[in-house]
Write a protein that binds this ligand. Structure first.
Ligand SMILES: C[S@@+](CC[C@H](N)C(=O)[O-])C[C@H]1O[C@@H](n2cnc3c(N)ncnc32)[C@H](O)[C@@H]1O
Length: 263
């Protein structure tokens, strides 16, 4: 798929589901939000007040909000204009009125070199047309000693399991491009001249009905996907923590990671 096709797919998907990403409990309340702020303070020394933060692919604006509440001056960007408008309304309702909002692709950030203390990007890079270019762009706009804080769903290192995960994700949401392994992210960070200084990973449960409803997966396709997940080999179902109840597929899980790298 070309970059333009990927962008159109993302804008179509998130243009029609913007409100659901503002209200999504998983996006609004992940424990990693507070961790990202605290770890940035710990690793850079000092408080967040007056730090400049670029939040890439801000979605509903939850990462931007966490850093703005800590006192940072936040610029929020997203490829999807409807999503950015929804984030702007949400953040204004939360009392955050001094933020900048810019429609921009993660792969070509319209900012000067060394313009930010921190770049954040949470639960979005698996939609990017060119994540490696995004990492290079993040490195470019960071000042010396600046930090990139990246959270994303990560694929298993095992190729077969990674293919299962990406297939399930793409059938639920056609704007999913690929979830990458931690190992892949570490290589891209190093190639961009960034030093990995923190890594954590955890499992994320996906209650199936809510998960497909948020992406507006058509009902018949959601039912077919549930049947196919339940028909996976037992070892795969164990790996992805598939939960089945009287009504069929109840939940499955995947891993996410937080990587922090310093320029
Ligand atoms: C799940 S939302 C992000 C969640 C948000 N960061 C948070 O912390 O709650 C994914 C977002 O990525 C954006 N996106 C996807 N591809 C992009 C790209 N190449 N450049 C910028 N934004 C992109 C989508 O428009 C969407 O708003």
């Amino acid at each position: 798929m070309t970059q333009d096709e990927t962008y159109r797919r993302v804008q179509a998907q998130f243009g029609r589901t913007a409100a659901a990403y503002v209200s999504s409990p998983g996006h609004a309340s992940g424990a990693e939000l507070a961790q990202m702020v605290a770890l940035a303070e710990a690793l850079q020394g000092g408080e967040m007040r007056e730090k400049t933060v670029l939040d890439v692919a801000t979605g509903g604006g939850h990462t931007a909000l966490a850093f703005a509440r800590a006192g940072a001056r936040v610029t929020a960007t997203d490829l999807t204009p409807e999503m950015l408008r929804a984030a702007q309304t949400f953040l204004a309702d939360e009392g955050e009125r001094n933020m900048r909002f810019v429609v921009a692709a993660a792969e070509s950030l319209p900012f000067k070199d060394e313009a930010f203390d921190l770049v954040t990007c949470r639960i979005a890079a698996h939609h990017f047309a060119d994540p490696e270019r995004f990492v290079r762009e993040a490195a470019r706009v960071l000042r010396a000693d600046g930090l990139l804080l990246l959270v994303d769903n990560v694929s298993p290192e095992n190729v077969e399991l990674a293919a299962v995960m990406n297939d399930v994700e793409r059938r639920r949401d056609p704007s999913h491009v690929l979830a990458y392994s931690v190992r892949q992210w570490v290589v891209w960070l190093a190639d961009a001249g960034l030093d990995l200084c923190y890594l954590s990973r955890w499992w994320v449960d996906k209650p199936y009905r809510e998960w497909v409803a948020r992406a507006r997966t058509p009902d018949d396709e959601g039912e077919a996907l549930a049947r196919d997940v339940l028909a996976l080999p037992a070892a795969h179902k164990t790996y992805f923590r598939v939960k089945e109840g009287a009504g069929g597929l109840e939940a499955l899980s995947h891993e996410a990671a937080l990587l922090i790298a310093k320029k």
